[in-house]
Design a protein around this ligand. Structure first.
Ligand code: GRG
Length: 284
């Protein structure tokens, strides 16, 4: 069984039980972006870390949702005409197509802002934990993190990019928001392990992005549920840089390094291996 399913299901249930005012256009657009498909990878990773430390992960689903809010905002904004200009996301029309551009911008703004309320309002967290989680999530999402990666990504569209720059783009654009939930789980589970989880997130984020580059050429829009627009947007990818076979080999190397990295940690290592396997096997 997919070890991530129980976390994904809990996250989906919490998303669906949020009160939505259908007469409120902003609320409806936020719900539209959130509720549709989506692997829920990032919040599931936070719950998996808690579980790996033997903590009652079910109590932290709302906290983990904060990362899904930030991720969903980034997808809504990334799809806008000023960015990748995509029409399909999570198997449905992108938010600016289903609503309009201004509403999509505001829905993204609201998701980003509300993410931090989810942390601050969580009674399961101590005040010190809240501060640390807000610090990690904001640092990883903001001008030194994912948004910086998006800026680099746009600046290098159509330009030749070497492996160092490609890695810098993806370490920021993708890996930062995969590091964050792992580190957030560690803040609660074992604060002295936070930097070890940062390394795990860096590796997992990179592997995830290379996989995404591979799937961009080996899969199709209906399987992926999103527009595949790297070619149109002249994006640099690992497949273009290394070729398909070497890109796949690099993914394998990174997963081996991941297993080694968690091997010495005092966690349920077996369970985390299953988590990595489920990420590795993703087809969507
Ligand atoms: C607009 C500030 C801003 C940032 C955008 C997330 C992002 C940064 C861009 C999306 C485009 C892209 C290919 C990003 C790389 C990370 C990635 C593969 C995102 C898609 O994540 P999944 O596959 O999506 O986990 P689901 O829909 O399953 O949640």
């Amino acid at each position: 069984m997919d070890v991530m399913k129980k976390y994904r299901d809990a996250i989906q249930k919490t998303i669906q039980s949020r009160g939505v005012d259908r007469n409120n256009r902003l609320d409806a657009a936020i719900d539209y972006a959130l509720v549709s498909g989506g692997k829920r990878l990032r919040p599931a990773l936070m719950l998996a870390v808690l579980d790996a430390y033997g903590l009652p992960w079910e109590r932290y689903v709302e906290v983990a949702l904060s990362v899904e809010f930030v991720h969903t905002y980034s997808l809504v904004h990334d799809d806008l005409p000023a960015m990748d200009d995509d029409a399909l996301r999570r198997g449905v029309p992108t938010t600016h197509i289903a609503y309009d551009e201004a509403t999509a911008i505001l829905a993204g703004d609201a998701l980003l802002t509300d993410a931090f309320s989810l942390i601050v309002d969580a009674s399961v967290l101590s005040d010190a934990e809240k501060v640390r989680l807000v610090q990690i999530l904001s640092l990883h999402a903001g001008s030194k993190g994912m948004v910086y990666g998006q800026m680099l990504d746009l600046l290098y569209e159509g330009k030749p990019v070497g492996q160092d720059m490609l890695e810098a783009i993806h370490l920021h654009k993708t890996a930062k928001l995969i590091e964050a939930p792992l580190m957030m789980g560690a803040v609660i589970g074992s604060p002295s392990d936070v930097s070890a989880w940062e390394k795990v997130g860096r590796l997992l984020g990179l592997a995830f992005q290379i996989q995404d580059d591979v799937l961009e050429v080996t899969s199709d829009e209906s399987t992926m549920g999103k527009s595949l627009s790297d070619e149109r947007n002249e994006k640099s990818t690992y497949v273009k840089l290394l070729g398909l076979d070497q890109a796949k080999a690099l993914i394998g190397d990174i997963f081996l390094e991941l297993q080694e990295t968690i091997g010495t940690m005092e966690i349920n290592v077996h369970m985390m291996h299953s988590v990595f396997d489920s990420v590795r096997k993703r087809i969507n």
